[in-house]
Design a protein around this ligand. Structure first.
Ligand SMILES: Cc1cc2nc3c(=O)[nH]c(=O)nc-3n(C[C@H](O)[C@H](O)[C@H](O)COP(=O)(O)OP(=O)(O)OC[C@H]3O[C@@H](n4cnc5c(N)ncnc54)[C@H](O)[C@@H]3O)c2cc1C
Length: 512
């Protein structure tokens, strides 16, 4: 049987049992969802006057209901005011969707896709249903819920939040964190004032010539690894969107040629065991034998989707894409948030290692690590991004390659040193002894801000209402920035995406 029943402002058993009062409950009798139900959800989405209309679909399967909703959207010219936030749960890991990013076998955990042209975002949990239904928290406007899952309902729903009126937000820091927050806010129609002490954007770590990004894996699949995969999806989609809009050029400003992370000989066996244990699809990661991809005596992890981006170009593209809603204030150091909090509806602190000074958090331990990268003439260009002992990135249209980076503590100054260049070269040679390197052209130093647990700090600052942060990116800023922008912008609008996994990166102190 295809079909089911639905309740509008329900008073029946479903609502009593769920213990909350959502605006709409779609209670499907079978896993299938009828066209009538889809039309009802669509009409409610269209009529919603909120910024975000949240649907929970606890039986996504192959995404039929979702596809039908998007198809309705495609067929109607009226643009819904509300963004559709579609939270979905599936135990089916082998997905066959008509959208590239989520095709094929999916790694368990949270996935993200965004269609700005339709005002639609999909947050898909792949894996065990019980865990998944604990994953999504917060309030929902509609719930698509087959009978079998009703037992988990009580945990998954809360009262809707009050709507916020957010018209103007101050963002401190014009690096990749701040520019991503600025863009996400402007995309939601918010006026942004961006402050930076530098004489332009990307003068800090985000001013590096090029950096690498790829999903990470660990034994036991730590939260850091799971979040890195989510961050990766946000990054690739953000870069793709900016490219489609003409603000970035693929292969010139960024690309995803693949990433080889070499592994020391004595760690190779354990790493291969980890790969076997995780059983991730080869489209995400696979073992590469020595000399199979590039001339190296070391085996390694190969991430076919791994990429590079020029961070400063990304920052500029973000700011360009903000359009007229953005006002920049360079040469303007911010020493205290009091005035900004009075002048704006919210303040977002994205000033890397200075964030914790502007927005102190009790018990937070934030370290600072200096790094130097070395730019060399590219005698030969590796076709993929390399890392392991050190990284090597060679954008194909440039005549240089970048080696890096050092980890230096304590940070006494930001001066480049010949010793750091030598170390970068020596580490590269340890993995690629026969690789020809050109002369040193330049070098650059910057610092990384590192939270005690190496996870970023993204979300509301405790005990400072109206203050948020997106920072603590350590060596993975290119994985966290787009995710951070997305999350913080929704926080500023009072409609954050709440999930267990994302809860791990909320700004926090270290446990005693
Ligand atoms: C050597 C090196 C190599 C790296 N390589 C990679 C890589 O390959 N891949 C990767 O993902 N990540 C890499 N990283 C990390 C990445 O560069 C950072 O995580 C990222 O750039 C941080 O972005 P951000 O916007 O938080 O900080 P920043 O880019 O440092 O921006 C902070 C901004 O805040 C401004 N600011 C600070 N204080 C104030 C104030 N009081 N008032 C006003 N403005 C203020 C600063 O002027 C600056 O513009 C590397 C980092 C280093 C140092």
């Amino acid at each position: 049987m295809i079909g089911g029943s639905y309740y509008h402002r329900p008073q029946g058993t479903a609502t009593q049992w769920l213990g909350y009062n959502p605006k709409l409950v779609i209670h499907c009798i079978t896993a299938m969802v009828s066209p009538e139900i889809v039309r009802t959800v669509y009409a409610s989405w269209l009529a919603s006057r909120q910024a975000v209309f949240t649907v929970l679909d606890s039986h996504f399967d192959a995404g039929r209901a979702f596809q039908a909703l998007v198809a309705l959207r495609q067929g109607h010219s009226a643009r819904p005011n509300a963004r559709l936030r579609y939270l979905a749960v599936t135990e089916v890991s082998e997905l066959s969707l008509p959208w590239a990013v989520l095709n094929g076998k999916q790694v368990p955990g949270l996935h993200f896709m965004n269609w700005p042209e339709f005002n639609v975002e999909l947050h898909l949990w792949v894996g065990n249903t019980k865990a998944a239904l604990q994953e999504f928290q917060g309030s929902f406007d509609a719930v698509l819920e087959p009978d079998a899952h009703r037992q988990y309902g009580r945990r998954m729903v809360r009262q809707p939040l009050a709507m916020h009126q957010t018209e103007s937000v101050a963002v401190v820091g014009a690096g990749i964190a701040g520019s991503s927050v600025a863009l996400a806010l402007c995309q939601r129609g918010v006026q942004v004032h961006l402050y930076d002490q530098g004489n332009g954007p990307a003068t800090g770590a985000s001013g590096n010539w090029v950096g690498a990004f790829h999903p990470h894996i660990t034994r036991g699949d730590s939260p850091l690894s799971r979040l890195s995969r989510l961050g990766f999806e946000h990054t690739v989609q953000a870069l793709n969107t900016l490219t489609e809009q003409g603000f970035l050029q693929k292969d010139e400003d960024w690309a995803t040629p693949g990433h080889l992370q070499t592994v020391p000989v004595d760690e190779a066996e354990r790493t291969r065991e980890t790969l076997l244990q995780l059983a991730f699809p080869e489209s995400l990661v696979r073992w590469a034998e020595p000399n199979s991809l590039l001339p190296t005596p070391l085996g390694g992890l190969y991430f076919p989707q791994g990429g590079w981006v020029k961070p400063a170009r990304w920052v500029h593209a973000n700011l360009q894409a903000c359009g007229s809603l953005l006002t920049t204030h360079y040469n303007t150091p911010v020493h205290d948030l009091t005035d900004l909090r009075e002048q704006h509806d919210a303040v977002v602190v994205c000033s890397a290692e200075k964030s914790i000074v502007l927005a102190p958090i009790e018990g937070a331990k934030v370290g600072v690590v200096k790094g130097q990268i070395s730019k060399l003439q590219a005698a030969v260009q590796p076709s993929v991004v390399l890392s392991g002992e050190s990284y090597a990135i060679a954008p194909p249209r440039e005549n240089w390659l970048v080696l890096g980076a050092t980890y230096e503590r304590p940070v006494l100054d930001l001066n480049s040193t010949p010793e750091a260049d030598e170390l970068n070269v020596a580490r590269f040679r340890a993995a690629f002894p026969d690789w020809q390197l050109g002369n040193l052209i330049d070098h650059r130093c910057a610092v990384r801000a590192v939270w005690h647990d190496r996870l970023p700090a993204i979300g509301p600052v405790p005990n400072m209402p109206g203050v948020f942060m997106s920072t603590g990116f350590a060596s993975r800023g290119l994985l966290w920035a787009a995710l951070g922008g997305w999350l913080v912008a929704d926080h500023c609008l009072g409609q954050p995406l709440e999930s267990k996994l994302l809860g791990k990166i909320t700004p926090r102190g270290a446990r005693a």
